[in-house]
Design a protein around this ligand. Structure first.
Ligand SMILES: Nc1ncnc2c1ncn2[C@@H]1O[C@H](COP(=O)(O)OP(=O)(O)OP(=O)(O)O)[C@@H](O)[C@H]1O
Ligand SMILES: [Mg+2]
Length: 258
């Protein structure tokens, strides 16, 4: 795994500065330092990724990377593949070809059990339509990733109560999702994505159904989390959301450039 990561880092560095420059200007030790520095700075590396649902390829050998602690806006027309790409990056879908590294782990090579463990520990996901479980209360929805991770009840309760308080949804605790407003549902979904302290948060149009005040509230929460070091990848159509991001990936450009 380490060798593969170094090889991948080296490939990216060579692509950036050229093999001649690398050999002329850097000794072997410095090349390893360069690779190490590169590996410390990237959250996600995608290399030659191909994916199709049926027979038509949606992504054909696309490559890109996402820096640690960045907040990336993923944009593109409806149907261009934003949700699909988020699913691929977060282990919810497997590509037919190519490699995805998330925080130094090659998720594309992992077996199902390993993937589930990795996802629970490192990844938070806010779905386009929330995906809250309708017959579970807000508290139970948020608690679920901790139950799956086998965290003891007393610790679970403490973590959920604290997070609900931070996101100002404590009074929603015992209500079912359909008894919550759109903004409250979105914050419950965000709490569920954050409760396991992930290294990276994927959010699929998280403010899609919110009014402008709820949208701004949610974006301010994400802004604080990003400043605290959380890497965020957020599919969006909204210029307002994009104004909060510090980087952008445009799907059409990704497909055309590769
Ligand atoms: N489970 C599926 N089976 C087959 N095709 C699918 C499936 N999910 C999505 N697609 C197709 O893949 C393409 C990309 O869909 P995706 O949902 O990723 O787009 P999107 O950019 O998120 O769109 P939107 O902005 O409307 O949310 C679309 O043509 C869609 O019809
Ligand atoms: Mg989508």
């Amino acid at each position: 795994m380490v060798c593969k990561n170094i090889a991948c880092a080296l490939k990216k560095i060579v692509m950036k500065i050229g093999i001649d420059n690398l050999i002329v200007h850097y000794g072997v030790t410095n090349i390893f330092k360069l690779c190490h520095h590169y590996l410390l700075s990237v959250a996600i590396v995608v290399d030659n990724l191909s994916f199709q649902y049926g027979t038509d390829p949606l992504f054909d050998e696309i490559s890109f990377e996402i820096k640690k602690k960045s907040w990336v806006g993923l944009t593109g027309r409806s149907g261009s593949g934003k949700t699909t790409l988020l699913f691929l990056l977060s282990t919810l879908l497997k590509p037919q070809k190519g490699m995805i590294h998330v925080f130094g782990s090659e998720i594309t090579k992992m077996k199902r059990k390993q993937v589930n463990k990795f996802r629970l520990k490192n990844i938070g996901f806010v779905f386009q339509d929330n995906n809250l479980i309708p017959d579970m209360t807000a508290f139970e929805n948020i608690e679920l990733p901790l139950v799956l991770a086998g965290i003891p009840k007393s610790i679970r309760e403490k973590q959920v109560i604290q997070l609900m308080s931070e996101l100002e949804i404590s009074d929603c605790s015992s209500r079912l999702p359909h008894k919550l407003s759109g903004g409250q549902q979105q914050r419950v979904a965000l709490a569920r994505a954050l409760v396991n302290h992930p290294q990276i948060l994927f959010a699929d149009e998280p403010t899609g159904s919110l009014d402008s005040i709820s949208e701004e509230n949610l974006l301010d929460i994400l802004k604080t989390l990003n400043r605290e070091g959380l890497t965020i990848v957020c599919a969006t159509h909204s210029p307002k959301v994009l104004s909060y991001c510090n980087d952008e990936i445009i799907i059409e450009k990704l497909v055309k450039d590769t």
